[in-house]
Write a protein that binds this ligand. Structure first.
Ligand SMILES: [Zn+2]
Ligand SMILES: [Zn+2]
Length: 309
């Protein structure tokens, strides 16, 4: 009768030895796409700052995106102009964007099960990327720790993939259409487009160097892509003008401007992420009513924003 407890203790001992104590950090997750991490986790020091609250994994558009951990889909839809999927794992949850969802809210998924396909839109070094986030409550965690080693090894073709994706994007930008590079900065229909038009106030034919988005007074103006606020000014024509520099995308310097704002919420020098609220729609300057004039400059020349939306 002495043998059984000894056997149990031995078994428990063996289990404890075989199954390591729960590691607080590293998890045996599955990379949601095969590409390497091209932008790491850089959470902001303060809540209101932006930083990078996740990691970017390089991958071609339309690539399948799989769940990093098993869980339940709690969101699958559009947020600030991009497809987002959230999977709940109990005490933490992972977020995937920009992704066109193939799963519905409420679905149980296994690690490695496909959630959707990668869309264009999250600008990152080298081309298109999946932005992967990991949170516990309101706290952002480093998603690279989701993978067992805590460090992603670069696949052997990573450099070639980055070069090919960069070339693809550059070709698309130069061919005149690279949809998804920018997101619509306000919810509304584009009324007056880019090109020559009879000016509504001056009744003269002029170049309309952007698009007018029919958005209501006070509605949110959102950054069209990740970038840095480089200008906040007022003049009698533009009214409140906000300028965001998105750096080089596909080999070209991309800068966006937002006119006639009622107010700004972003400061000059502030880093902003795509979809982040930077101001409120208004009718300041030469404007006949609340709307957002949205302009895009490619290497310093105004171009039709609809090429990139
Ligand atoms: Zn990102
Ligand atoms: Zn306009």
């Amino acid at each position: 009768m002495v043998k059984l407890p000894i056997l149990l203790i031995t078994l428990i001992g063996l289990l404890v030895w075989v199954v390591p104590p729960t590691v607080a950090r590293a998890q045996a997750g599955v990379p949601p796409v095969s590409g390497p991490i091209v932008r790491g986790f850089d959470p902001p020091a303060e809540d209101w700052q932006t930083g990078h609250r996740g990691i970017d994994l390089l991958a071609e558009p339309e690539t399948p995106v799989v769940a990093a951990l098993a869980g339940q889909v709690t969101f699958a839809g559009m947020l600030a102009g991009r497809g987002v999927i959230v999977v709940d794992h109990g005490d933490t949850r992972t977020t995937y964007e920009p992704v066109a969802a193939l799963v519905k809210v409420g679905a149980q998924v296994n690690a490695g099960q496909q959630l959707g396909t990668l869309s264009l839109g999250h600008s990152c070094p080298g081309g298109s990327c999946l932005h992967l986030g990991w949170r516990r409550g309101s706290q952002y965690l480093d998603p690279s720790l989701l993978f067992s080693t805590g460090i992603r090894l670069l696949p052997t073709n990573a450099a070639a993939l980055a070069v090919s994706l960069a070339a693809t994007r550059q070709t698309a930008m130069e061919a005149g259409s690279a949809p998804g590079v920018l997101s619509l900065p306000a919810a509304g229909v584009i009324g007056s487009g880019f090109g020559m038009r009879l000016h509504p106030i001056f009744h003269q034919w002029r170049l309309h160097a952007g698009v007018d988005i029919g958005a209501g007074c006070g509605q949110a103006i959102r950054a069209a892509a990740d970038g840095t606020v480089v200008g906040r000014s007022f003049d009698s024509a533009s009214g409140n003008r906000l300028t965001i520099d998105h750096g080089v995308i596909g080999g070209h310097r991309v800068v966006t401007v937002y006119l006639h704002a009622a107010s700004y919420s972003a400061r000059t020098g502030q880093q902003v992420t795509r979809g982040q609220v930077v101001g409120a729609v208004g009718s300041t300057g030469w404007s006949t009513g609340c709307h957002l004039h949205f302009g895009v400059a490619l290497d310093g020349t105004a171009v039709d924003p609809q090429r990139f939306l």
